[in-house]
Design a binder for this molecule. Structure first.
Ligand SMILES: Cc1cc2nc3c(=O)[nH]c(=O)nc-3n(C[C@H](O)[C@H](O)[C@H](O)COP(=O)(O)OP(=O)(O)OC[C@H]3O[C@@H](n4cnc5c(N)ncnc54)[C@H](O)[C@@H]3O)c2cc1C
Length: 421
């Protein structure tokens, strides 16, 4: 039986460990925290996952919380107008629903499942020296330790990493008591509120440790008016600041947030990180090789809500590469090919789109976002791009492609357009 070590019990590490376990591999999972520490700790993400990523979990019978978790049927975009109010406000419909299961719930639950299914769980923060030793005793070592210190083993790929500093300051609050959105009270959605020159406020439902909740997530431009959470220690102060900024910049969201409370003592998170792509293979002092997974090798800013989706897609892609490799050695060529398959199908399109969304939007993108308010097919296509970011290639990056696409949709929806068949 092939022996595989997975380091890191997040979305990618656990999905891979459980997937390999179900295929009969001898899997050891190393986590620097116990399931209880994760469950009772601080929130880590907003973790909205779209249909393709959720399907990977369903395929492994791991969608344990699907029934209790709010079904996100749409992605809404609002743009704050300079004189107040909203210049743009629309909702695109998703073909398949999205969901957010608090990672504290999911990772703790999956860790317990891994142990119940007979997996070997080691609670230990792995060091490079540990990996040096283990690379000799395992057929394959997968490093799925997120943005932790082990990334220092993987060189930054400068050609694929246009930013060398964080592009947003992040501030998350999980709350109970948020009112419905009056424009679509019966449709759960991720709402992206874009405030030019300031940042973005994302609002979305989730399933947390205390049941259904909503997340208020500010992404502030560094040095701007929303970049004010550093050093705020008290969760109550963090929420008060979040609401104050909502009242000032997104009053339509604040209007439904006047009665909110934090879900628990670990319901807030603030931080920032630079988006980065790394070399996928880590070289150990003793000559052994390890393969990086998900955020270790491709970490994007959460502005497009792609990291957990990409982690699920990376785990599914690596799982299939491992299964297809049979009993052959997991050598450098296999590691490179395994990463390349993930990079070209998922990592690259996600990175291209996310990095584009971090910049100042060019005129053709502003036109596109504005036009989606009048053209529902455009809103729907944009919303479904969160599930399949490769689709943006067809109409988003090039001004001519955008103009052609908008002309085509306008013709098809206007009364003077072609007759319906
Ligand atoms: C504020 C915020 C909002 C986000 N919102 C979304 C969203 O809406 N949708 C989305 O798709 N993505 C989102 N993301 C991104 C997403 O959370 C991550 O990309 C995703 O969790 C990455 O999964 P992973 O498996 O690579 O790593 P992680 O989930 O980070 O897991 C890594 C695990 O390894 C453990 N670890 C670290 N070092 C060691 C060590 N030395 N030894 C053992 N264990 C170790 C860590 O404790 C952790 O449990 C968001 C991120 C942030 C910060």
């Amino acid at each position: 039986m092939r022996k595989i070590l997975v380091v890191g019990a997040g979305q990618s590490g656990l999905q891979l460990a459980l997937g390999l376990q179900s295929k009969g591999y001898d899997v050891t999972l190393m986590s620097n925290r116990t399931a209880d520490e994760i469950r009772t700790g601080r929130v880590m993400s907003t973790q909205v996952m779209f249909d393709t990523a959720l399907q990977h979990e369903r395929d492994l019978q791991l969608a344990f919380w699907e029934r209790q978790t709010p079904r996100i049927e749409g992605v809404g975009v609002s743009v704050a107008a300079p004189e107040g109010g909203r210049a743009v406000d629309w909702l695109g419909r998703l073909k398949g629903f999205a969901q957010s299961v608090d990672q504290r719930v999911k990772m703790a639950g999956w860790m317990d499942t891994f142990v119940q299914w007979g997996g070997q769980l080691v609670i230990h923060g792995a060091s490079v020296a540990d990996l040096d030793f283990f690379s000799r005793t395992y057929d394959l070592v997968l490093v799925a330790a997120g943005k932790g210190e082990l990334v220092s083993m993987f060189a930054r790929d400068a050609a694929r990493s246009p930013y060398d500093a964080p592009q947003r300051a992040l501030a998350v609050s999980y709350v109970h008591g948020l009112g419905p959105r009056p424009e679509h009270p019966d449709t759960e959605a991720v709402r992206c509120n874009l405030v030019p020159g300031v940042g973005e406020l994302f609002v979305m439902p989730t399933l947390t440790t205390s049941g259904r909740a909503d997340i208020l997530f500010w992404e502030g431009l560094p040095g701007g008016p929303v970049d004010v959470f550093k050093g705020v220690k008290d969760p109550a102060d963090h929420l008060a600041l979040t609401l104050e900024l909502m009242e000032k910049f997104t009053p339509w969201e604040y209007a439904r947030a006047t009665k909110v409370d934090l879900t628990d003592g670990g319901a807030t998170l603030a931080g920032r990180y630079a988006p980065v792509v790394r070399e996928p293979i880590g070289r150990l002092p003793g000559g052994g090789l390890v393969l990086g997974v998900a955020d270790v090798v491709v970490a994007n800013d959460p502005i497009t809500g792609q990291g957990s989706n990409s982690a699920a897609k990376c785990a599914a892609s690596y799982l299939s590469s491992i299964l297809m490799h049979g009993d052959k050695p997991f050598d450098e060529a296999w590691m490179k090919a395994t990463f390349d398959k993930y990079w070209f199908t998922t990592g690259k399109p996600v990175t291209q789109w996310t990095n584009a969304m971090l910049g100042v939007p060019p005129e053709h993108v502003l036109n596109l976002i504005g036009a989606a308010g009048q053209l529902p097919p455009v809103a729907d296509r944009f919303a479904n791009g969160f599930d399949n970011p490769a689709d943006f290639d067809g109409y988003f990056y090039d001004p001519e492609d955008t103009a052609d696409y908008l002309a085509e949709v306008s013709a098809s929806v206007s009364p003077s357009g072609p007759d319906p068949e």
